[in-house]
Design a protein around this ligand. Structure first.
Ligand code: NAD
Length: 389
């Protein structure tokens, strides 16, 4: 243990907010594989405790600046990756204040803690929703920023805050605008498993397994070749590699604020995705045409030239068959584990080796936020030096 411990102590620690969620967990896995020490900071509102496998979990809310500061110092954090947030587009249309509160308010808490702790490197989870409904052409970073939903506006607001903080306070930020994250890790340990699932591929697979009975294609009258919406599906493993590249730059000499797309650079319609699922599984969903969802544009496909040039981003698994195969394998495993109930589920996900990372050193009991307000601040009275700005 001593040898492992000393090796890990020399590894750079990265705070991953939202590390118990879908994309954050995949990035934690990739960080650990690349020799970093991921420290997850998550309130488990949509994340899964069992997804936190590659480093410690600090249960907390990003609004809680004091707890963020404490965690950054206690774990000797070099940089932050900020995934924590609310991201269901139709929900943001129904409950915009919750979205601004969690996404923009949460960013303020995080930045407050980072500033006090003197941590000034941040990779930020942004989204193609900042472009709104830009038409049929591939979306470049020069495409006007014109979000059409509260979710998109909350993320664009975050980008603008980060850009201003970068100019005024020396914060160094790479904002990555993801298109549709999809697929699952080859490890079989993590994948999409949210309390309420709204994404096409997991919902289709859940419907094929009889786990949901309200699957529908949202909109069949879009001005697209087959009438269904066209999206850019990027494998979550490729996204994770994009994050590692961004982190490497921030730990190197990248300064200021920089934003770029992360996508596959090609689009598929909903019908094409369902066809690919049928080809892989041998199962076909009955036709279920539903109404369009609020805030869903017809066509969102990335141009990833900038990511290729600036980050060396090169999607390797983002073809539809690879995405579908990895997601199907994950959902098969999840269904099998669920079929055995709670006890079997826990042991099925338990690692055989003891954790090699140190326990969270914050010593602060976790405090959950209420639905309408931030968690209580910790009052440990610590003072940090090395503040930025
Ligand atoms: N999934 C996509 O296709 C996609 C596309 C574009 C952008 N994004 C962005 O990527 C990020 C991660 O998305 P995801 O799909 O992994 O979502 P997710 O819901 O699986 O993960 C979000 C995680 O953040 C945590 N969280 C939420 N609010 C928090 C708070 N206030 N404090 C602490 N933890 C909190 C949740 O518990 C969860 O673990 C989000 O910011 C989202 O907007 C996702």
């Amino acid at each position: 243990m001593g040898e492992v411990g000393s090796a890990l102590t020399s590894a750079k620690a990265i705070l991953v907010t939202g590390g118990a969620g879908y994309i954050g967990a995949h990035v934690c896995e990739a960080l650990a594989a690349a020799g970093y020490r991921p420290v997850t900071y998550d309130n488990l509102s949509t994340g899964r405790r069992r997804f936190v496998r590659w480093g410690p979990l600090v249960e907390g809310d990003v609004w809680d600046a004091d707890k963020v500061r404490h965690t950054l110092i206690a774990h000797d954090i070099s940089a932050v990756m900020h995934f924590a947030g609310s991201s269901v587009v139709p929900e943001s249309v129904r409950a915009p204040l919750d979205y601004y509160r969690n996404n923009v308010g949460g960013l303020f808490g995080l930045l407050g803690g980072m500033r006090e702790a003197g941590v000034n490197r941040l990779v930020f989870s942004s989204t193609c929703a900042v472009y709104g409904d830009p038409g049929d052409d591939p979306i470049t970073e020069a495409t006007p920023l014109a979000p059409v939903t509260p979710y998109g506006r909350s993320k664009l607001g975050c980008e603008q805050i980060l850009s201003d903080a970068s100019a005024a306070h020396g914060l160094n930020v790479i904002a990555l605008r993801y298109f549709n994250a999809s697929g699952a890790s080859a490890s079989g340990l993590i994948g999409e498993d949210r309390p309420v699932e709204t994404h096409l591929i997991p919902r289709a697979m859940m419907a094929l397994r009889g786990q949901i009975d309200d699957f529908a294609v949202h909109g069949t009258d879009y001005p697209t070749p087959d009438g269904t919406a066209v999206r850019d599906y990027v494998h979550v493993g490729d996204l994770a590699q994009g994050h590692l590249a961004a982190l490497t730059q921030l730990l190197g000499d990248r300064r200021g604020f920089f934003a770029c797309n992360l996508g596959a650079g090609r689009g598929h319609s909903v019908r094409q995705v369902l066809e690919a699922i049928t080809n892989h599984s041998g199962l076909r969903l009955p036709d279920a045409a539903g109404a369009r969802r609020a805030g869903d544009p017809p066509h969102l496909v990335s141009d990833i030239t900038l990511a290729r040039q600036a980050l060396g981003f090169a999607p390797r698994q983002s073809d539809l068959p690879s995405i579908v195969a990895s997601a199907w394998a994950w959902h098969s495993r999840l269904s099998a584990v669920r079929a055995f109930g709670g006890a079997a589920r826990l042991s099925a996900f338990r690692t055989s080796a003891p954790p090699t990372w140190a326990l969270p050193a914050d010593g602060v009991p976790a405090r959950h936020p209420t639905a309408h307000g931030p968690a209580l601040q910790d009052a440990d009275g610590d003072h940090a030096d090395g503040r930025w700005g």
